[in-house]
Write a protein that binds this ligand. Structure first.
Ligand code: FAD
Length: 856
């Protein structure tokens, strides 16, 4: 065993071996994988070996597609078979709602380059004759599904990595990790200490314990999971013989069942409601190649539905039931990337579908370690997406909820109840008393909308407009015509201070920093000129700045800020989280209201649009921004939590004479739509350049050499490939939710534009070939070429909904820039729940297009 290596990968499951392979392939060959026992000694050996490309997050779906395409490559390099069976598979819908869900998934596939197809239950039965098709209303076919040999695949990765120069050390447990003053690591193992620049946690079932070695509680939990194998079935053998094909994979939402052919019989697995965590607090180190005791009673309700839906299986004898543990994060997606607050400590864990996701995880992580950037939009699996609130108990509750809902539909207006309330502001009880329907915003209870007095504050979940539609409209009309108040504690807030604070922010941000008492809006881009942040910044003192941003991105942004912080202590950064809370008042009467509460002049001239002041509001020390996301006249008022109730009470009392109303987050998001304002993680993501994102006026190329300036200048000089545009849609009873395809009938060729997926760093494409330079920025094929006079998918929706004040259904999304800028290119359609609705690009915001109201 070497005593010094560039990187140590802990764990020889499918994920650790994939990370090792990708690091070696990217040129880091001085690397070592350390495994406590034999390879596949965690969950990898007893997996059912199924793989598929579909994922709720299109970016994760693309990495899954990469994983599936990688298997041939590792087979060739290693000489080890993965026993790949690419059978294809179907998802079965038993109700119209589930069919709507499949229509949405199919629509997304149109610009992701997936060849899914909506088919009838009879067509599905022809490929899987054991089902009773009368139980279903429709299905979606995906040709890129199948199964493989889990152990063979893990070994193929490991052999391929070894061929490229990586070392693998078996039967050697990592017992401790200690960091040196220079940021390097001592990896203490049973066989001695290895010094490494980087450490990767691929500990699978023990990932949580490895996190604890460095003082981190990762939000990951193992769950028991069962699948059964039947005796050989004559029906299966007969089907194989008569068609020359294997039976396909089938996913049954209602039964929470997946099933496929295994040898001459059937494998059937369940995600049962009565699920059970395994080792909820500590994972025993002596757990090895063992299985857990099967518990057929727990899966009996799923089996009952399964046998009704697939009567052919019921007759078969059960040969074996496998019960094994594997890990999940809160939302079921992996935890990947550098852990904020630590140097060179990386994670690739909570990978619940190692044989669908392992390759993509390995590729993204190796890009990140070698080139400083994952090369893909990996937010959906970034370890930074959860905050401190994701404690051990929170994780336990949320993972159980996620497991039991694995095959359930999540409606766009559905809030999930487990582990709530976790964090609350001082106004929580007041909001409940006001009949607020609360939602979870990065672990914080936040009012979404207010149900009419006397009615139950509860969403009726739906893909269509629902019971919040009327009340949100009322909240908006009262705000736009009089004044409204809302809680904004869920925004991220930071203070940057110190003698070099301004230089630091100028280096990170694309816009100029404001003068004292003024505010700017500014994107932040990475060195590849892609959007990685969007902030409101106020200069609050000589060497002091307040920053507001997206709540969910707090750790993601802190990681970036810390990476670029000068080492000499000349800049300090503080994240407030819930030690600073806020209220926003908006509407034409908001200034009159504020004036009643303060002892300073807040008239138009004294307190201008985009001004920042510290002032007492209702007697409480506050910071006030003259800005609001509603795009109206309005203010954001920030205070310590101890003052929030006082300020809220003062606002409501003083606002009574103006007819003040409470409004929630959904009203706020609707109001931003009619101003064409983008949102972070929807319109603005690291796959788009700032000019593509139509953020042109916030990019000051001449101000200084900010990170990403060169790439941004190039984007501007060459012209953006895509453009974020806003649409008005002729919708009926359902609005866009995000990720719908945009169609156009065009008479010119605007060039082929693909949905970007990868960017920046040199990386490997979806066929496993290394791509560099401009090709690397394109990503995998998605939107196909535009042909004269034909309706074609030309873009994708990022978000939208009903803009209540202007009474229009609106959407934002990306289309080819040349098409967006061609006024003669008229006709668009946006696909909502499988129906294509006419849509028009809407250049000027329909509410207050001149911006006069907010500036008055
Ligand atoms: C019953 C069942 C069915 C499944 N079916 C499927 C399926 O059909 N498709 C699919 O994609 N996935 C399936 N899975 C999930 C799949 O098994 C996991 O996604 C995958 O195994 C995760 O791999 P991993 O490498 O992250 O973790 P693991 O396989 O748990 O590997 C972690 C490794 O790290 C080692 N290790 C831990 N701590 C240390 C230490 N301190 N020092 C040294 N070594 C250490 C362990 O010994 C272990 O070998 C199934 C799982 C189960 C249980």
């Amino acid at each position: 065993m070497k005593s010094h290596v560039k990187a140590v990968v802990i764990g020889g499951g499918v994920v650790g071996c994939s990370v090792l392979y990708h690091l070696a392939k990217a040129g880091w060959t001085d690397i070592m994988l350390i495994e406590r026992s034999e390879l596949t000694s965690g969950s990898s050996w007893h997996a059912a070996g199924g793989f598929h490309t579909l994922n709720g997050d299109p970016n994760v779906a693309k990495l899954q597609a990469y994983t599936v395409q990688l298997y041939k490559e590792i087979e060739e390099i290693s000489g080890q078979s993965c026993s790949l069976h690419l059978t294809g598979g179907v998802m079965m819908a038993d109700t119209p709602e589930r069919m709507d869900f499949l229509r949405l998934a199919h629509a997304k596939g149109r610009y992701l380059g997936m060849d899914t197809e909506l088919i009838t239950p009879s067509e599905a039965k022809a490929m899987f004759p054991l089902m009773d098709e009368k139980n279903f209303v429709g299905a979606m076919w995906d040709p890129v599904e199948g199964h493989l040999d889990p152990s063979g695949t893990t070994i193929a990765y490991s052999k391929a990595a070894k061929k490229l120069g990586a070392e693998i050390v078996l039967r050697n447990r990592v017992v401790d990790l200690t960091q040196q003053p220079d940021g390097t690591w001592n990896v203490v193992t049973e066989q001695g200490t290895v010094h490494a620049e980087h450490v990767v946690n691929c500990g699978g079932l023990w990932a949580r314990e490895i996190g604890r070695m460095v003082g981190v509680e990762l939000p990951v939990l193992a769950m028991e999971h069962m699948y059964l194998l039947t005796e050989p079935m004559p029906e299966v053998e007969e089907f194989n013989k008569s068609t020359g094909r294997e039976m396909i994979g089938v996913l049954d939402f209602k039964g929470e069942i997946y099933t496929r052919q295994e040898r001459n019989g059937i494998l059937l697995g369940t995600y049962e409601k009565a699920c059970k965590p395994w080792s909820p607090v500590n994972t025993p180190w002596d757990f090895g190649h063992e299985l857990l005791q099967p518990d057929i009673d727990r899966i009996a309700p799923s089996l009952e539905i399964g046998f009704k839906h697939f009567p052919g299986i019921e007759k078969a004898g059960i040969k074996q039931i496998i019960n094994g543990p594997f890990t999940f994060a809160l939302d079921g997606n992996p935890l990947v990337g550098p852990v904020q607050g630590l140097t060179n400590f990386w994670c690739a864990c909570a990978v619940m579908a190692g044989f669908s996701q392992g390759g993509g995880v390995g590729l993204a992580l190796s890009n990140w370690m070698v080139h400083g950037d994952p090369g893909f939009d990996v937010w959906g699996m970034d370890v930074a997406r959860f905050g401190e609130w994701a404690s051990l108990r929170y994780t336990n509750a949320k993972v159980r909820e996620n497991y039991s809902r694995r095959f359930s539909i999540r409606f766009p207006n559905e809030e999930l109840p487990a582990a709530r309330p976790a964090q609350t502001t001082p106004l929580y009880d007041t909001m409940l008393a006001n009949n607020a329907v609360m939602g979870d915003s990065w672990g914080l209870e936040t009012p979404l909308w207010f149900a009419p007095k006397g009615s139950e504050p509860k969403d009726i979940v739906s893909f269509h407009r629902s019971n919040d539609f009327g009340p949100i409209g009322e909240e908006i009309r009262a705000t736009r015509e009089k004044v409204g108040v809302t809680e904004i504690a869920n925004f991220a807030k930071y203070e940057v201070s110190g003698p070099a604070a301004e230089d630091f922010l100028n280096r990170l941000m694309t816009n100029r920093m404001p003068k004292i008492g003024r505010i700017v809006l500014t994107p932040m881009v990475n060195e590849f000129g892609k959007l990685i942040g969007d902030f409101t910044i106020a200069k609050s003192g000589e060497d002091r700045f307040m920053i507001w941003g997206s709540s969910a991105a707090q750790k993601y942004h802190m990681r970036w800020f810390e990476k670029h912080l000068p080492k000499d202590g000349s800049v300090r950064i503080h994240r407030f989280d819930q030690t600073l809370v806020g209220l926003s008042i908006a509407g034409p009467k908001s200034r009159d209201l504020l004036q009643k509460l303060v002892d300073v002049d807040v008239s138009t001239k004294a307190f201008r649009f985009m001004d920042f002041r510290e002032m007492a509001v209702g007697g409480a020390p506050c910071m006030v921004n003259r800005i609001t996301y509603t795009g109206d006249l309005g203010y954001e008022i920030w205070m310590a939590p101890a003052y929030q109730r006082l300020v809220y009470k003062a606002i409501k009392e003083a606002g009574a004479e103006f007819g003040i109303v409470d409004f929630g987050m959904r009203a706020l998001l609707s109001m931003r739509l009619e101003k064409n304002f983008p949102t972070w993680f929807r319109e603005l993501r690291p796959i788009y350049g700032p000019f593509e994102g139509s953020m042109d006026r916030f990019i000051k190329l001449e101000k200084n050499d900010f990170i990403g300036r060169e790439a941004s200048a190039k984007e501007q000089a060459e012209g953006p490939k895509l453009r974020r545009v806003s649409f008005i849609v002729d919708a009926t009873d359902a609005d866009v939710m995000g990720d719908e395809p945009i169609w156009a009938k065009v008479s010119k060729d605007y060039g082929t534009v693909e949905k970007p997926h990868g960017y920046g760093a040199p990386r490997f494409d979806t066929t496993g070939k290394e791509v560099r330079g401009s090709k690397a920025a394109e990503g995998a094929s998605a939107v196909r070429g535009i042909v004269d006079g034909e309706w074609r998918v030309v873009g994708w929706v990022t978000s939208g909904g009903y803009a209540h004040y202007v009474q229009k259904s609106m959407a934002q999304g990306y289309v080819p820039a040349a098409l967006a800028e061609d006024e003669s290119a008229g006709l668009f359609e946006i696909e909502i729940l499988g129906h294509r609705r006419p849509a028009r690009i809407n250049v000027e915001p329909p509410f207050d297009p001149s911006g006069e109201k907010m500036r008055t």
